[in-house]
Design a protein around this ligand. Structure first.
Ligand code: AMP
Length: 299
């Protein structure tokens, strides 16, 4: 089955203590779409400006990503720039230039409104609502977010949480949203906001799923060297949703394994700037790391 992904399609300028790269292909939807494309057909919803390099469109096409819902507008592509400290878990946003995103209203191609799996990747919650409004009875809807929306669009975000099956957020966002420091104690509070499934990401320490079946702890793939973690969360969500869409039957039966696949795709993302590493791997590379992770966590 297919996955429809909406989110930011961006040019990212990223600095780490080791290096800096301007105007790389980035954005939550770009990372998620490439990650999901290893498992299932992907439909990308977003907007880019006339400065968006043609080679990035070709890269999406090489991954078989359907670009019918990617608008091309006069003006500048969303540009985000960020800088990492020596501890790569700490990042500072240097600039967020909305460009064509400022007036973006996603309109889904008619044929895409029946897509069974929907990933509302990080973007303004009002746009996430707008996409969901156009969908016809999707089978499974997941949403991601960021601290910015907790600060400036909380009401919209809370409304959205009543409409999604799975909410994916990181530990600091969970803490901010629930005012609860302990992530395990935060989980029931997050369920009370609406979603049946909640995943809290803890960076290099993996992620926790809370569902009616209980808790599951997914490991992160242990990396000796992180080059650039930008987009790791989006790759996790994309890999997870792609894997779910490719698995037959009930979603519950595959969530745990989907998290492991998400972790593995995220690990590749961290090994290169932007999408440089993720776009060079094959499905077999993913399977190899999944097997390794299974071995590493067997008790
Ligand atoms: P992550 O590392 O998972 O937090 O995701 C980083 C990606 O989020 C980058 O590729 C950015 O282009 C994108 N991004 C940063 N700020 C925003 C924003 N305000 N809205 C949507 N996407 C954003």
């Amino acid at each position: 089955m297919s996955v429809l992904i909406v989110g930011s399609t961006a040019l990212d300028s990223i600095k780490t203590p080791q290096a800096g790269h301007p105007r790389l292909l980035g954005g939550s939807a770009s990372h998620a779409a490439v990650a999901a494309s290893f498992f299932a057909p992907v439909r990308l919803i977003g907007v880019v400006g006339d400065d968006f390099p043609r080679r990035y469109l070709q890269l999406f096409r090489r991954h078989g990503i359907d670009l019918e819902g990617l608008q091309r507008r006069e003006g500048r592509t969303f540009h985000w720039s960020g800088e990492y400290e020596a501890n790569m878990n700490r990042r500072r946003t240097l600039a967020t230039e909305l460009g064509v995103f400022e007036t973006f209203t996603p309109t889904l191609p008619a044929a895409q409104r029946d897509t069974p799996f929907v990933l509302l990747a990080n973007i303004a919650p009002s746009l996430q609502h707008h996409v969901l409004d156009q969908m016809r009875r999707p089978k499974f809807v997941a949403a991601d977010t960021m601290d910015l929306w907790l600060n400036i669009a909380l009401k919209d975000l809370l409304g959205l949480l009543r409409r999604v099956d799975l909410f994916i957020l990181n530990d600091s966002e969970a803490q901010q949203l629930t005012k609860e420091d302990n992530v395990i104690a935060a989980l029931p509070r997050l369920h009370r906001l609406g979603p049946k499934y909640v995943i809290i990401k803890k960076g290099e320490h993996g992620s926790i799923l809370s569902s009616p079946a209980g808790l599951f702890l997914a490991p992160a793939y242990p990396l000796r060297r992180v080059v650039d973690p930008t987009g790791a969360g989006d790759s996790f969500a994309g890999g997870l949703m792609g894997h779910l869409a490719s698995a037959p039957g009930r979603v519950d039966a595959h969530l745990r394994q989907a998290m492991v696949y998400g972790s593995v795709v995220a690990s590749f993302c961290c090994e290169g700037f932007g999408l440089n590493r993720t776009t060079k791997i094959q499905r077999a590379d993913i399977e190899r790391r999944v097997k390794e992770l299974e071995k590493l966590t067997r008790v």
